[in-house]
Design a binder for this molecule. Structure first.
Ligand SMILES: Cc1cc2nc3c(=O)[nH]c(=O)nc-3n(C[C@H](O)[C@H](O)[C@H](O)COP(=O)(O)OP(=O)(O)OC[C@H]3O[C@@H](n4cnc5c(N)ncnc54)[C@H](O)[C@@H]3O)c2cc1C
Ligand SMILES: NC(=O)c1ccc[n+]([C@@H]2O[C@H](COP(=O)([O-])OP(=O)(O)OC[C@H]3O[C@@H](n4cnc5c(N)ncnc54)[C@H](OP(=O)(O)O)[C@@H]3O)[C@@H](O)[C@H]2O)c1
Length: 516
C-alpha cells in the first residue's frame, strides 16, 4: 500500500536511502565456466520463483548454483527494492553484525564454496586487513557489501523493483493444483508468471504500537530510519524533541545514532520494562542456533516449543548488545556528572512507560504515556517533533500473498500455513501435485525455532530447500516420501547421489544428503 502522506514506500527505500561505503552495488559479474541459468520461453513454466530477494533467497540462489551444477533449473527471484540492500533503513555507521561471519551464506553448507565471506574478502583485497581486526563480527555495512557482491552474480535471474501481490493455484483437469500463478507489479505494470514451485521469503513487516498512525510524517519506524529521519528533521543544529520507543537492538541503535547526529536535540527513549537488557550470546545458549537444533526443535511438541521460545527469547528479542548498553550508560553518566539536576540532559530514558494516545498538529505531535511505578499509575503528555518507533516486526506477510491457496489446506480457516521440516507448506492430501509446492522462509519460528528469522542457519537451510524441491523431493517430516516424477529426473541429471563430487569448477557439489 502506498503511504498516504507521501512517505517513501519500501521500494523507494531500497533506491534512495543512504547506504554507507560503496556508491552502489557491484556490476553484473559472470559466474565463471558455468552455464547461465536458462529462462522459460513462450508458455513454459518456471521450476521455481522466489518471492523476495533478501539473504534467505540469496542463499537459495547460491545453493541452486552449487548443488545443481549441470542441469540448471529455470528460476526467477522477484524483489521489490531497486537493488539488493539488507535492511537499508538501519545501515547505521558503526553498527555491527550480531552473528559470526562464518555463518555466512555458504560456509556451513560447504566451506569450500566461492560464496564464503572469506572468499569475498580475498577477492576484494581485504583478507589480511580483516584478520588484523581480530573480530568475528563485521560491520553491517561490510556484510551488506558481501551480500551485494554475492547478489551481483545472479543479476540475470533477479527482477528488482517488482512487488509480488498474490500467488494463486492453477488446477489440472482432476482439480489438483499443478502450478502457481505469481502476480506482481513493477512500475504500475502487472505481471503474471507460472511456476511449479514458489518460495516465499519476504522478511518482516514493521509493527507500530496501536495508538500510533501507520503513515504520518512525524512517525517513523526504525526500518525507515536512514531515509526518513533526515527528511523529517532537516536542521542538524535545531533543538528538536525526539521520542524513541522500544527496548530492543533497533531502539538502542537509533537512540544512540539520532542523539549523536542532532547535538542540540533532546531525545527520550521510552521503554515498557525496567531497563535495557543485554542479549545472551553465551556459548551454551548459542547452540540453539546450530542447524542441528532445528531438527530437535521441529520434533518437539508444540507446548515445549512454545516454552523454549519463551525461555530463549533474550537471545534475540527486546535485548541489546552489552557494549551498546555500556556506551549509552556512559553517555548518560557524563550528563549526570555535568548537570546533577538533569535539567539540561539531552539523553533521557523513561522506563515503565507505554504510549496510550497520539495527537498531531501542524507543528508537532503529542504522545500520552502511561507510566507505572511502585504500583502507582500516572499519565503524562509530551510534545515531540518526531517519534521513532523501534517496536519490531511481524512475519505474516505470506498470509495475504498466499490467501488464494488457503482452500488447498486441510483446515482453510486455520491460523497458520502448516509447514513440514523442509519448509514446504503441507496442503491437504492430494490437493497439490507432487511436482509442485510452496515453501516458506523466515516465518516458521514456532516450528523451526529462533534461528528461523536470522542468518544463523541460512546456508544449510537453503541447501535443505533446494534438496527438497529439486533433488530428494519433499522430506516434510524428516523422511523422504519416496515420491518421484519426471521433473526430478530431469533436474537430478547434474546431481549425483553418491557422495560429494567436483563440478569441474573447483566446487564440491553436495550429494543428496551431504549437507546435514
Ligand atoms: C536492522 C536489522 C539487523 C539485523 N541483523 C542481524 C544480524 O546481524 N544477524 C542475524 O542473524 N540476523 C539479523 N537480523 C535479522 C534479519 O531478519 C536477517 O538478517 C535477514 O534479513 C533475514 O533475511 P530474509 O531474506 O528472511 O528477510 P529480509 O532480509 O527481510 O528480506 C526479504 C526481502 O523480501 C523483499 N520483499 C518483501 N515483500 C516482497 C514482495 N511482496 N515482493 C517482492 N519482494 C518482497 C524485501 O524487500 C526484502 O528484500 C537483522 C534484522 C534487522 C531488522
Ligand atoms: N546491528 C544489528 O545486527 C541489529 C540491529 C537492529 C536489529 N537487529 C535484529 O533485528 C531483529 C528485531 O530487533 P528490533 O529491536 O527491531 O525488535 P525487537 O527485538 O522485537 O524489539 C521490539 C521492542 O519494541 C517494544 N515494543 C513492542 N511493542 C510495543 C508497544 N506497543 N509499546 C512500547 N514498546 C513496544 C518491545 O518491548 P518489550 O521489550 O516491552 O516487549 C521491544 O523492546 C532482532 O533479531 C535483532 O537482533 C539487529
Amino acid at each position: 500500500m502506498r503511504p498516504s502522506d507521501g512517505a517513501p514506500s519500501e521500494e523507494e527505500v531500497g533506491r534512495s536511502s543512504p547506504v554507507y561505503g560503496r556508491s552502489g552495488p557491484y556490476a553484473d559479474s559472470d559466474l565463471t565456466g558455468i552455464p547461465r541459468f536458462p529462462q522459460p520461453s513462450g508458455d513454459e513454466v518456471y521450476d521455481l520463483i522466489c518471492v523476495g530477494f533478501g539473504p534467505a533467497s540469496l542463499a537459495i540462489a547460491i545453493a541452486i548454483y552449487e548443488m545443481l551444477p549441470e542441469a540448471r533449473p529455470k528460476v526467477l527471484f522477484l524483489e521489490r527494492q531497486q537493488q539488493f540492500v539488507w535492511h537499508a533503513g538501519m545501515l547505521l555507521p558503526g553498527s555491527k553484525m550480531q552473528i559470526s561471519f562464518i555463518k555466512d551464506l555458504a560456509t556451513l553448507r560447504d566451506p569450500r564454496s566461492e560464496f564464503t565471506f572469506l572468499n569475498y574478502l580475498k577477492e576484494n583485497n581485504r583478507l589480511l586487513d580483516f584478520i588484523n581486526l581480530g573480530t568475528f563480527l563485521p560491520l553491517r555495512e561490510e556484510y551488506n557489501d558481501y551480500m551485494q557482491w554475492c547478489a551481483s552474480k545472479f543479476n540475470d535471474v533477479v527482477s528488482y523493483g517488482e512487488t509480488v501481490t498474490l500467488v494463486e493455484p492453477v488446477k489440472d483437469s482432476a482439480g489438483k493444483a499443478s502450478s502457481f500463478v505469481v502476480h506482481s507489479r513493477a512500475g504500475g505494470i502487472e505481471e503474471r508468471r507460472l511456476a511449479k514451485h514458489v518460495v516465499v521469503a519476504v522478511g518482516g513487516r514493521p509493527v507500530l504500537p496501536k495508538p500510533l498512525p501507520e503513515y504520518h510524517p512525524r512517525v517513523v519506524h526504525s526500518s525507515q530510519y536512514s531515509s526518513r529521519v533526515p527528511q523529517a528533521l532537516s536542521n542538524l543544529n535545531a533543538p528538536y524533541r525526539i521520542a524513541v520507543i522500544g527496548a530492543g537492538q533497533s531502539a538502542a541503535e537509533v537512540f544512540s545514532d539520532v542523539s549523536s547526529r542532532y547535538h542540540n536535540a533532546t531525545t527520550t527513549l521510552f521503554i515498557r520494562g525496567d531497563a535495557l537488557k543485554p542479549s545472551d550470546d553465551s556459548p551454551f545458549v548459542n547452540e540453539i542456533f546450530n542447524p542441528s537444533a532445528t531438527d530437535k526443535f521441529f520434533q518437539t511438541s508444540p507446548e515445549e516449543r512454545h516454552q523454549q521460545l519463551v525461555e530463549n527469547r533474550a537471545t534475540n528479542y527486546s535485548v541489546v548488545r552489552l557494549e551498546l548498553i555500556e556506551r549509552i550508560y556512559h553517555d548518560i553518566y557524563v550528563q549526570r556528572l555535568r548537570d546533577p539536576s538533569g535539567a539540561s540532559w539531552k539523553l533521557n530514558i523513561r522506563n515503565h512507560s507505554e504510549v496510550t494516545a497520539f495527537e498531531s498538529s501542524d507543528k508537532n505531535v503529542t504522545l500520552r504515556m502511561t507510566h507505572h511505578e511502585n504500583g502507582v499509575k500516572t499519565v503524562e503528555e509530551h510534545e515531540f517533533d518526531l517519534v521513532i518507533v523501534a517496536t519490531g516486526y511481524a512475519r505474516d506477510m505470506h498470509q495475504e500473498l498466499l490467501a488464494p491457496t488457503r482452500e488447498l489446506l486441510s483446515d482453510p480457516a486455520g491460523e497458520r500455513f502448516p509447514v513440514g521440516r523442509d519448509y514446504r507448506v503441507q496442503f491437504g492430501d492430494g490437493k497439490v501435485s507432487t511436482d509442485a509446492g510452496i515453501y516458506l522462509q523466515g516465518c516458521n519460528e514456532m516450528t523451526h525455532g529462533l534461528s528461523d528469522t536470522l542468518l544463523s542457519v541460512l546456508a544449510v537451510r537453503a541447501g535443505e530447500v533446494v534438496d527438497s524441491i529439486f533433488i530428494n523431493k519433499h522430506i516434510s517430516n524428516g523422511h523422504h516420501n519416496g515420491q518421484s516424477n519426471g521433473h526430478a529426473t530431469k533436474l537430478s541429471a547434474g546431481s549425483k547421489n553418491a557422495g560429494p563430487h567436483s563440478n569441474g569448477n573447483g566446487h564440491i557439489a553436495v550429494n543428496s544428503n551431504g549437507y546435514h
